[in-house]
Design a protein around this ligand. Sequence first.
Ligand code: ZN
Length: 215
Amino acid sequence: MDKAFNDLVRQTREKFLSFDLDGNNVALDFVNTVEYRDTPKVYEWITTYIDALGWAERVGIFSPEITEQLIARGYERDSSDWYNQIIEHRKILHRVFSTVIKQKQENPSVMNDLNVILQAARKRAVIDMNGSGFSWHFPDVKKDPTGFLQPVVNSAADFLVKSDMKRLKRCSDPECGWLFYDTSKNKSRRWCSMKGCGNRAKVNKFYLNHRNRDF
Ligand SMILES: [Zn+2]
């Protein structure tokens, strides 16, 4: 591959090194590839199928070698179908999680959409025995640049079935929009990260508490 390709791979990898894995679940981390959703500050991490592969490498679904092979697969070809499929999956997962967080009555169309992508993902799934336990395995994951969606959708389904939905939360920063699974002992986590929104909130509180004083 040429220099432009190598640069693209390197830039994508560098970009996703700064993507924080604060969701505590791979499907939540996937949904969190939109920051400041529904605000003028909206930031889209996934602007091409290549970004999606960079993300999949970051979360450990693909090795660096496989990521490069898959990027090469679509390089200089029309990849809009892959991209649309990736974004559509993310939209469906976000709608499901948001419905849970808002404690709305289950909307049948939300569940229908989820079940369609879940059945497609599990169609080729197998269960592997590893050591003392079992795990899902997706032999087609490397088949094309959308293959990573299979384990992501499967994790979302497992997560919904097995986890305590009271711990599924949206960051308390009204604009942030990131979702996370609160694993704290007393279910008290409020921010997607203490480094980002938690820290900003702390600084704002300090400012509000001190602005009327003379320094
Ligand atoms: Zn946040």
